[in-house]
Design a binder for this molecule. Structure first.
Ligand code: FAD
Length: 307
């Protein structure tokens, strides 16, 4: 029951100020967001890729309030891509972006987000890699899918994310699986109303499997974004039944969560991509990680109390 409370707090400015300013927070945050700058994140990128893992890089931030912040977000990704160019990793390091960080919620936000994300997608393509558009709350998704479609006209490798908990997702999956898209399937991390989403874990898990089957049987490239061991086995089985080779889909997990499993799947020959977030505006991302596993909150509380 704590999950929804933490998710509500993830949108509260007061909580943001409190949690972000507490000096004890940073070491706990490090588990999920292992750096605040490009200089701090480059050694992590080198370490993970040396272990045979692939990466999708996220500069944390969302819900910005001015066009200048949106432009700064774009520039932060361009800085990152500049450093990735030196590392010459190609598709082993791609980017994940949240369109709300590129201005989607501002006036004229759809056009603004498209204008800000396009140079990032172009720069990524220039170094032989690509971008995936993260899925945020359900009110943003029509705009996200339209931007995805627009970007794919010039950059067909641009990926997007769909969330199993939403009722709309089976239909989205059918459309995306038919047009050859790279699609990451996740359970969904936002606080959604019962009118649009399954709220109970068993229903969400069943929906995940239904959507996974659609993606595996389609023409696109499925990216299985989950740490759930049951769903990972089911994905392997559905991939086999659909006649996919082991490199015709990939697994994705978040940095700091089930790290042994990252290495195990990579050792089995799977493409295993670690979603690695860094930056200073980590509050929303961090709170969603707490909400997914309220035991993390105890870990957080314990480290506050033992200081
Ligand atoms: P769960 O049933 O939640 O977890 C399975 C097991 O994994 C748990 O028992 C636990 O052992 C472990 N685990 C899961 N989460 C945590 C945690 N936070 N801390 C510690 N252990 C944990 N959501 C979106 O809405 N939009 C996105 O764009 C998006 N992108 C994502 C990208 C990737 C690569 C991944 C892996 C997730 C992404 N998510 C996104 C989050 C996703 O929606 C889920 O909230 C999250 O993955 C937890 O669901 P699960 O499938 O791991 O299953």
């Amino acid at each position: 029951m704590l999950g929804p409370v933490i998710l509500a707090a993830s949108r509260s400015d007061r909580m943001r100020r409190l949690v972000s300013a507490a000096p004890v927070t940073r070491p706990v945050v490090d588990r999920f967001i292992p750096g605040e700058s490009v200089d701090q994140i480059v050694p992590i990128i080198q370490d993970l890729t040396a272990k045979g893992l692939e990466l999708t890089m996220d500069v944390v931030g969302e819900d910005i309030t001015t066009p200048e912040q949106a432009a700064a977000a774009r520039d932060a990704y361009l800085e990152l891509i500049g450093r990735l160019a030196e590392l010459d990793l190609g598709t082993r390091a791609e980017m994940s972006v949240k369109l709300s960080m590129f201005g989607q919620a501002l006036e004229g936000g759809h056009e603004l987000a498209l204008a800000n994300v396009r140079p990032v997608v172009e720069a990524a393509a220039a170094i032989g890699t690509t971008v995936t558009l993260d899925a945020e709350d359900h009110t943003t998704l029509d705009s996200m899918f339209a931007i995805h479609e627009e970007l794919r006209k010039d950059f067909p490798e641009t990926g997007c994310v769909i969330q199993a908990y939403l009722f709309r997702t089976e239909a989205d999956a059918r459309r995306l699986a038919a047009n050859g898209s790279r699609v990451r399937l996740v359970k969904g991390a936002y606080k959604e109303p019962a009118e649009v989403a399954y709220l109970q874990k068993p229903e969400i898990d069943k929906a995940y499997v239904r959507v996974l089957r659609i993606l595996m049987e389609g023409d696109g490239y499925p990216m299985i974004g989950s740490h759930d061991p049951r769903l990972i086995s089911i994905a392997q089985e559905l991939g086999r039944r659909a006649g996919r080779k082991i490199d015709e889909y990939e697994f994705q997990m978040l940095y700091g969560i089930r790290s042994d499993e990252h290495l195990r799947l990579a050792a089995e020959g799977h493409r295993m991509r670690v979603y690695t977030a860094y930056g200073t505006d980590w509050y929303g991302y961090f709170m969603r990680r707490l909400a997914e596993k309220p035991a993390n909150l105890l870990f957080f509380a314990r480290s506050v109390l033992t200081r």
